[in-house]
Ligand binder design. Structure first.
Ligand SMILES: NC(=O)c1ccc[n+]([C@@H]2O[C@H](COP(=O)([O-])OP(=O)(O)OC[C@H]3O[C@@H](n4cnc5c(N)ncnc54)[C@H](O)[C@@H]3O)[C@@H](O)[C@H]2O)c1
Length: 362
């Protein structure tokens, strides 16, 4: 198969769909790899490295789209890429089609075989191609939140770990899934007081077992959320209800009751956010103030650390890319149920039930 890797063109996106190591694996399997010149630059990956690992560098996205049997990307196709997609071409990338009706329509019209990273699902229900980005976003939430607590960044002017004789910051995390757990581990490591809330007893039990001392677990309900928000220096929103909009857990009134210049990082903003006063922001202008509380609502946090995120993503995607390239999409889907669940659009039809439901509802 010819595997093509175009440069990502979505605003603020700095990751790339394949590392040189991925190119090496594919060429060792007997495939050809085309990489658009400069595709890896923002992730610190030079054209030369791809060439050294067996890839061919091509000058334009047009050539990648025209020659590739399978496109390996990071984000959904952008309008200027729509016309370049070919019938039966396999497209393997994040798609989020439930909230992208225009992209869905184009994939149907152009008869693309679209496989979405976010719906590749193992039999135990885990989402192996979503997890690495949640790990990145969770750690970033604490790291960036600590920075936003600095006085010159608009925050309360408080050090996460405190110093002897002066208490540390209070970090409150809503949701102890992938994002929340990673945020909690980093915050605890920095010496903050961490409160983590969830409705899932198994998750709370796991966190209570693996974390010690400065992390407390609390069952999440309106009362406990209001109370914890009231003492938070840094509040991190990390809840998810699969396939649905995030629930509004922190109301505008609760935000009004928060400490002056405390910080809200709503990582769940990509699903609508769990804080009533949150709205999507960008890496260029990440924050704004409401009720004297700093709000951060960047929906594509991993793009801020492309050198980490590209490797984290590709470490997870490459085995699937190699399987699809070697067996072809149909046989790969027959042999691997996770790939089968990843297929969203095939032969001009929406084949993923949740995507079909969202599309019909529009
Ligand atoms: N902004 C970004 O760049 C970015 C990056 C990665 C993930 N995300 C988003 O972060 C969110 C969390 O992702 P995840 O991978 O950690 O999901 P996850 O499924 O691993 O964890 C979500 C947790 O939320 C809990 N939850 C549900 N309802 C709750 C409630 N009422 N109170 C408290 N907890 C509740 C669940 O029990 C679960 O433990 C998602 O919306 C995801 O899309 C955003």
């Amino acid at each position: 198969m010819i595997v093509g890797v175009p440069r990502e063109i979505k605003e603020g996106e700095n990751r790339v769909g394949l590392t040189p190591a991925g190119a090496r694996g594919l060429t060792a399997d007997g495939h050809q790899v085309l990489v658009e010149t400069g595709a890896g630059e923002q992730s610190g990956l030079a054209d030369d490295e791809y060439v050294a690992h067996g890839a061919e560098i091509v000058d334009s996205a047009d050539e990648v789209f025209e020659r590739a049997d399978m496109l390996v990307k990071v984000k959904e196709p952008q309008p200027s890429e729509y016309d370049k997609l070919r019938a039966d071409q396999v497209l393997f990338t994040y798609l989020h089609l439930a909230s992208e009706p225009d992209v869905t329509r184009i994939l149907l019209e152009r008869n693309v075989a679209a496989v979405a990273y976010e719906t590749v699902e193992r039999p135990d229900g885990s989402l192996p191609l979503l997890t690495p980005m949640s790990e990145v976003a969770g750690k970033m939430a604490t790291q960036v939140g600590a920075e936003l607590l600095l006085a010159h960044r608009g925050g309360r002017g408080i050090l996460m770990g405190g110093v002897p004789g002066v208490p540390p910051a209070d970090v409150v995390i809503l949701g102890c899934g992938m994002v929340g757990t990673n945020a909690a581990k980093l915050a605890a490591g920095m010496g903050a007081h961490v409160t983590i809330l969830d409705i899932n007893h198994d998750r709370l039990r796991y966190l209570a077992e693996v974390m010690h001392g400065n992390v407390i677990t609390v069952y999440s309900d309106e009362h406990t959320i209001h109370r914890a928000a009231g003492y938070a220096d840094l509040l991190i929103g990390a809840v998810l209800i699969a396939g649905a909009r995030a629930p509004t857990l922190v109301t505008g009134d609760m935000v009004r009751d928060m400490k002056t210049r405390s910080v809200i990082m709503d990582v769940a903003v990509d699903q609508g956010g769990c804080v009533e006063t949150i709205r999507p922001t960008t890496h260029a202008e990440p924050t704004y103030i409401v009720h004297d509380v700093v709000h951060y609502g960047v929906p594509n946090m991993p793009a801020g650390v492309p050198r980490t995120s590209t490797y984290a993503l590709c470490n997870a995607t490459i085995p699937y890319v190699r399987k699809i390239a070697t067996l072809g999409l149909d046989r790969a889907a027959e042999e691997d149920g996770a790939i089968c669940k990843g297929i969203n659009v095939r032969n001009g039809e929406i084949v993923h039930p949740a995507v079909a439901k969202a599309f019909e509802a529009r």
